[in-house]
Design a protein around this ligand. Sequence first.
Ligand SMILES: [Zn+2]
Length: 387
Amino acid sequence: MALNKKQTKIDTPSVVNIGLIVDADNYVSQKWTSFLIENLDNEFSRRFPCFSWEFSIVERQDFPKNAPVDPLFLLEYGADIKIEYGFDYVLLVTTLPLLSRFEQGINGVPSNLLEAAVVSLSKILELPNENLQRKAFLSLTKHCLGHLWGLDHSANTVMKPRKFWTGQPPLDWDKKEEEQIKQNLKEIADPRIEERGGIKSKWRFYVKMLQEEGLSILKDVLVVRSALMMFHLGRSTAATAVSIIFLFLSAEAWEIGSAMDSAWLDFALVFVIICATLSFYFGQNLQSISRSDKLKEQAVRSRLVLLGTIFMGMFSFWINLFVISYIVINILPQGVLAEWAGIHGKPIPDLHFSKLMATFGLMASAIGGNLEKEQDIKALLIYTEET
Ligand SMILES: [Zn+2]
């Protein structure tokens, strides 16, 4: 059924296609999903009449059945189904509690990157009456969809961040958010590259993608928490700290530094950032995210956003290391450093050495990064939040 809908989508580009994925054996989540569709369909058709809304339920036998279920797994699982059926967005509805990584006890996890969200009824069904349960479920779903459609948190609307979804107001988007959603959906509703056909080569597909979507990919990269990425990764940060301390205290590092030409160091820096990015990407098996073999626009887009995010993460981490090194160099006794660097009596070229130390540190962190648990890094990159 969903495939037929996809074909009509080429003729009517203003269709927004949402897939709701549920466990085929779980009657409760199916019942609540039907409730969701009834409400959202009515409401969205009224509020966003410039789009034609299509909701399809996909009942899956292979839906995970063990609690707590890992939202990361569900998001990846949903992203595959999304690409397979050609949905614009997918929502995975489960009655199982979700495994939380960064917060305590969570009800939903949206992922802008995968254009998918997981919503759990587990805690909501414990609310005292059905009226509250309905309100809580609808507002949690709207909050997650709001994120998928590019909204940020806001204190006075349903986009208010919450630990508990209890059905208390605010339960809705405001006028401004409604407009923002319209704008974002307009971009999505355009036919995708593969639907327009004609491109067979992998490289041409990527180039076309960058031409058309370059700016919006860049926006996504900046929105994803790339700058904070490295600080969440304890092991690679520790590896970096240890290696930088040893570098600072070893005369050899200073000797190498003073022998190194500044232009060469710039070249080495670019090289190290690119290598570190690729090492992270492939070392952590991130290329397997949305692993459809075909060149689907969304899959390619996710990969580019991921690569871009890691690159930006590495670069901003380098800047931090640079600033720290600069401060440390200026605190340490200049005479000793000059001795180590073999430049007796002259002032230490602090910018040059800060650059060198930061670059070495980044190298260490790339190696340390591969000590991280693959699942944690993936979750950090994929989740928009845990709510
Ligand atoms: Zn949120």
